[in-house]
Structure formats: structure tokens, C-alpha cells
Design a protein around this ligand. Sequence first.
Ligand SMILES: Nc1ncnc2c1ncn2[C@@H]1O[C@H](COP(=O)(O)OP(=O)(O)O)[C@@H](O)[C@H]1O
Ligand SMILES: [Mg+2]
Length: 600
Amino acid sequence: MNPLRRFLPYAGKQKKLYLLGFAGSLFRFLIPLSVPLVIKYLFDHLLRSETMSRSDKMDQLFLIAGLMIAVFFAVRAPMEYVRQYFMNKANNRIITALRQDVFAKVHALDAKYFADNRSGEIGTRFFDDVEKIRGYMTAIFSNVWIETIVLLFVTGIMFSLNPVLTLLAVLLVAIQFTLAHFLSRRVKSTTRQMMGYRSVLSGFVFERIQGASLSKLFQSEKRDSEQLDRHLERFERMTDKQAGTHAVSLAAVNMLSDITPFLVVAAGSLFVIDGRLSLGSLIAFFAYVDRMRAPVAALVQAIPVIAEGSVALQSVFDFLATPVSVKEKEQPAALDRLSDSILFDRVAFSYDGKERVLHDMSFLLRKGGTYAFVGESGGGKSTVLQLLTRMYDVDAGRVLMDGRDIRDYSLASLRSQIGIVTQDNFLYSSSVRDNIAMAKPDAAEEDIIEAARKAFAHDFIRTLPDGYGTEVGERGVKLSGGQKQRIALARVFLKDPSLILLDEATSALDNESEELVQSSIERIRKGKTIVMIAHRLSTVVHADRIFVVRKGTIVESGSHEELLQMEGYYWELYTKQNSAGIAAAGLETTDCAAEQVKAG
Ligand SMILES: Nc1ncnc2c1ncn2[C@@H]1O[C@H](COP(=O)(O)OP(=O)(O)O)[C@@H](O)[C@H]1O
Ligand SMILES: [Mg+2]
């Protein structure tokens, strides 16, 4: 759909402001058009009059000058203010509304979008594109119309002075405009290329900023810079090309507009020589031809602004129209609390629509139980959690909670029942308190402290410079892995959901932190349904049931003892890890043992 049509509702809401601005513009532009007519009067009647006395002429001159000054001060100046103020106010409101919608869309998008796109590109939509629309709005809602009206007015007055000369002037202006329009097509296509690349560039830069310390560690700064240089060079070539096409168009058009007044005056002089035109009229004519230049130039300049603006508008609306695959039903049910069971019923799933990540995946989790998923990495364990939280929807089969397809529940009620702790928990760059209180921003201080206590986080938080008010830095960089993990657990304690998902929550931790986090998990287990994914099998031996996942499906399941008795894949994994552990215990000081532990 034409982006302008999608944009009109936004502009429609600011109709009053635009109309005020438009009215202001009319006065501001039309008043100066009286000047050449007044000059003509001065020339043809006042200055050359043979009947008026000197003092009469002086009186009239002062009267006319006084009136002109009064009109310019009392009307022209305030109208300029009205025009600028209301136009910009309307533009600002629309820009705010667009930014709100872009941000709302960020929340509405599903996990797939963020996996497939770079966050920097959304930044481009939010900042640059929306800002580009500013010039576009001024152009299409005001300037283009005003300039056209001014042109028509000027032509009308000129016509009344001398039709033949007017035709000549209009012809010259029409040539200018056609040329400009023709050239603008090329400007538009180079503009589109340039802006498309710009968002690639900003995606790259945002990502490198986030990964700045990673680049240091891997000494990839040089490679990054080279890559950036290549991007920048390409971008520069595009901007050069755009500037070039724009320059060609300006050069041709401006040359024509500079010579036009002269050509017109030269032709007009022929009429004056023959006595068919007064000198005052020729001077007025000259002034009007000169006045045509501004609107024509403005219209020509509006072309790239409109081109850029409509490309930007298109990207913003394309973003807003990004299809969302995880949708709510019209009238979703509310999941109060998980009161019975979770069932995966022959679930199949693929992230990209081609490669099956899960197939024929079935299992039953009963309320209050502790379940573990183990198996080779890349087997699909985390994907199971993505489906449970409806970050993605299944391609085939069903996921039932309390006997009902989870797609029947509202997303909010489903997710309010789930607490999740992963290997790498995201913290916002705000205080420890705010990070814990994410699920309940209005939680009482005691409840926050209580949650932190249960997560064994209270003690270390107290020793931080500002206690619970300490800022954790972007993504929690000022905290250790174990500390972040315990804050994430405190979040879950405070949220108090009925289903808790732990995705390798302890695998990145040192022994001491792991023990604390494990004890904290022991505390949280009471009365909850727990699904844990673990790499180290020693952490799951007490689970009620262990599911062994391999290549996207469950190959074995049972309690730890049952699985060992089967002497299958689980047994294989377990003995491999244990022998590595035993070897490590016996040969602590040798490198070879360390290697084995890593291999395990
Ligand atoms: N967002 C994603 N887009 C595409 N493929 C993905 C995505 N996330 C994971 N995968 C792929 O899905 C498979 C299963 O991944 P995952 O569930 O994370 O495994 P596990 O948690 O068992 O290690 C892997 O092959 C992985 O590459
Ligand atoms: Mg995983």
C-alpha cells in the first residue's frame, strides 16, 4: 500500500495545526507579492506625474511607505511565526506518534524477528527514518501547495500586465521544472540505495559497539575497522553518487532560473521601445519573474526531500506491518495457575521453515514435579522452552497446559505463570532493585529483599556501593556471572510463578557460585513445576523424570536409576562425564586432565 495513504491518519489528527500553519503561510507569502505592484504605481504614477505638486508627492510617498511598513510588521512577521510554530508543532506530534508506534511494534514482534534482524536497523527506523519524515511533511502538507499558489498568483498578476511576456516566462519556467522532474527520478533511485545501505551500516556499528570488549579479547579490532572501512567506502560512493545526481539537477535548473529574468526583460524592452508597455510595468514584471525563482527553486528542492521522506516512510510502515506469527486469539482464555499438567503432543518445529529442529516430541509434565532435559548440545532442549513460553509456535502437534492448547491462552497470562533463568540473563542498566522488581515494579522493599535472600543475593547486594540502588551497568557488566544469576533468580522468586524454567542456569558458574545457585534452586522448587536443562548430569540426578534429547526428539526417559539401567545414550553420557571427573580428581595438576574435563 502507498505509504502516504497509511500516513494520512497520522496527519489527519493534526489537521487543525496544519490548517493554522497553512493560513499563516498564505499571508506570509502573498503579502510580499504586493511589492512589485506598489513599485509600478510609484514609477508610473507618482514619480512621473506632471500634475502632482512636490509636497503632494511627498505626502503620498510617506503614506504608502507607512502602510507597507505597517503591513509587514503587523501581519507579515506574526504570520511567519504562526506558520513556523504550528507546522513544527504538528510535525513534532506526528514524529512522536510514529516513534511510539515503532516502539510498540518492537514489543509486538516475536522472537523470530530479532533472530533474523539486527537491532541497529530498528534504531534506524526509530531515529533517522522518522526524522527524515519531518522535511517530507513540511513539503507535502504546506510548502508544495503554498509555492504552487504563489506561482499561480504571480503568473496571474503578470498576465494582467502583459500576456505575451507571461507566456514566455511560463514557458521558460516549465522547461526548468520538467528538467528538474526528469532528473529527480535518478535522484530518487540513488537516494533509496543510499538509505537502504545506511541501515546496514548502522546495524553493523551498533553490533560492534555491543561487542566492543569481545573485539578487544579476540584482537579483531583491525578486522572490524577494515570491515567498517569497506562499509564506509561503499556508503561514501553511494552518497557521492546521490550528491552527483542532485548536483547535476541543481546545475541545470539553476542556470535556467538565473537567465530567465534577463531573457524576459530583454523581450519586455522590445515592448517598451514600441511604447506598448510602461516602464513601471516592466520593472514590476522583472520583479515578478524574480519572484518566480523562489517557489520554483523550492519546488525543485522539495523533490529530493519528498523522495527521501517517502523512502523513509515506506521503511517505517514496512516495519510496522511486519507480520507477527505468534498471535493471540480474539478472545483468549486466562491461565490462572498451572494446576494440572503440561503436555507436548507430537510437536514438530523448525526455525526457518526448512530444517526440522524438533520432531515427534512428546512428553508429559505433572504439576509440582521436577523435570530435566539433557543431551547433546544443539539437540533442541532450549527450543522446547522457546515453545513453552510461546516465543515461537509449533509447526505441527500441540502444546497443552492444563489440557488446553497454549495458543488459547492470552500471552500475558501464560507468561505470567512462567519464570525463566538462563545461562546469560539480561539485566537492564538500572539499579539492582529495578532489575529484581521487573515482574512487579510496585513490589514493597521487604518483598524485594526477601526474594534476594532466598536467591542468596542479599549478602552480596548489601556490600555493593549503593546496596539495592547500585547501578549494574549496561547488561549488568558490573556484576559477576554468579551475581547476575542470583539476581535473575531473585526476579523469579519475586514473580512467584507456578512454572520455572532453568536453562543451563548454573553451567557458566564457578563451583562456589554454582553451589549457591543450586541451593537457591532447591528453595524455589517447593510447590512449583520445574523444568531444568542441564549440561552437567550430576545436577539432575534427583529429578523426577529425565528426558534425553537427541536430534530434536526424546530418545530415552525415566529416573536417573532407570536410565542408567538401560545402558543407553544417557548411560554413555553419564559414564563419560564421570570418568572425566574421576580423572580430573586424580590428576588435578596435569594439563591432560584439564583437557579431559573440558571434553566432558
Ligand atoms: N533462533 C534460531 N534460528 C534458527 N536456528 C536456531 C535458532 N535457535 C536455535 N537454532 C538451531 O536449533 C537447533 C537446536 O537448538 P537448541 O534448542 O538451542 O539446542 P540445545 O539447547 O539442545 O543446545 C540447533 O541446531 C540450533 O542451531
Ligand atoms: Mg540450549
